[in-house]
Design a protein around this ligand. Sequence first.
Ligand SMILES: NC(=O)c1ccc[n+]([C@@H]2O[C@H](COP(=O)([O-])OP(=O)(O)OC[C@H]3O[C@@H](n4cnc5c(N)ncnc54)[C@H](O)[C@@H]3O)[C@@H](O)[C@H]2O)c1
Length: 342
Amino acid sequence: MKVGIIGFGRIGKVHAESLIRYASGIEVKAIADPFISEESKLWAKANGVKEVYSDYEKILADKEIDIVLICCPTDQHFIVSKKAILSGKHVFCEKPVSHSVEEILEIKKLLEKYNVLYQVGFNRRFDKNFATLKEKVASGMIGDLHILKITSRDPAPPPISYVKVSGGMFLDMTIHDFDMVRFVSGEEVEEVFVFGGVMVDEEIGKAGDIDTAIISLKLKSGALAVIDNSREAAYGYDQRVEAFGSKGQIIAKNELENTTVIATKDGILSRTPKYFFLERYMQAYTEEIKQFVESIKSKSCTVCGVDDGLKPVLIGLAAKKSLKENRPVKIAEIEKEYGIKS
Ligand SMILES: NC(=O)c1ccc[n+]([C@@H]2O[C@H](COP(=O)([O-])OP(=O)(O)OC[C@H]3O[C@@H](n4cnc5c(N)ncnc54)[C@H](O)[C@@H]3O)[C@@H](O)[C@H]2O)c1
């Protein structure tokens, strides 16, 4: 099978590396990026990528290419997804599919007509720690789930230019955590309430966003979840999950830079968490691409499809509304706005 990658920035390169090193029977035939760096061109040459285009339409027109990875900026995911599906390609689309519910619904409709697979890049599902935690929750080991706690803090905020086009913290950053709530619990979210603030950088506030939040969620079973977000944790990328149930608790801790622990008379010191997503989630990025390729080979559904792309956006919009109106918001209220039956 031959692959084309559209957008060759940070994440495009991560997926290309995974395909080349870990997916068997796959050739990365082409890359398209209008602003590709000289370094990336050299990388493509060294790794046997035959074509480097500036226009992604050339990838879509190539009949030999079966699979397209959409790794360009979020505001282009919809149009590229649409064209790729219409060209009969299997699609892996980075998160979020779109900030617009209407656009995601249009993709969903198209996928009902075209016989192609579509996977959304919620990589944390493939992290070995979180995947194990989910498996243990599903096995009933901790009984009925009562509380799910997710801590998700970035080491540093993105540039203000990015904040302005990001769709806001909930749709850009917390969207991963909304997906984790659904993934770990195996349940849908019913209601959301948010307290948020600007504590890291007042420029983020001036750009109309927040950088710190506590998000309470009620799940369909009545179980409760809480997500705490910060755009800046002084000690690195803080990514922890705790599931608490009627028979016990499971915790997934941070992965540290290394496992040394230094003990002196002044105290005990261990290393900081791995710096950011490229360091922390490499295993997960590789696993998600491997599983995507396996779904295509075995002609089975992808493990994270378009509905899994839609639901966290609905939760994100409910969170935005909750913050704005300072009240709990039911997901059904957002669904109703878009004529979605739950
Ligand atoms: N799953 C994750 O953990 C994760 C992590 C980072 C980024 N992302 C997502 O991946 C996407 C890209 O993020 P990034 O951090 O790699 O950004 P980036 O800016 O590093 O890379 C984006 C690339 O797309 C290129 N591009 C712009 N317009 C294009 C077009 N029309 N055709 C082809 N290429 C085009 C840019 O030149 C750039 O090289 C975003 O949607 C982001 O939300 C996901």
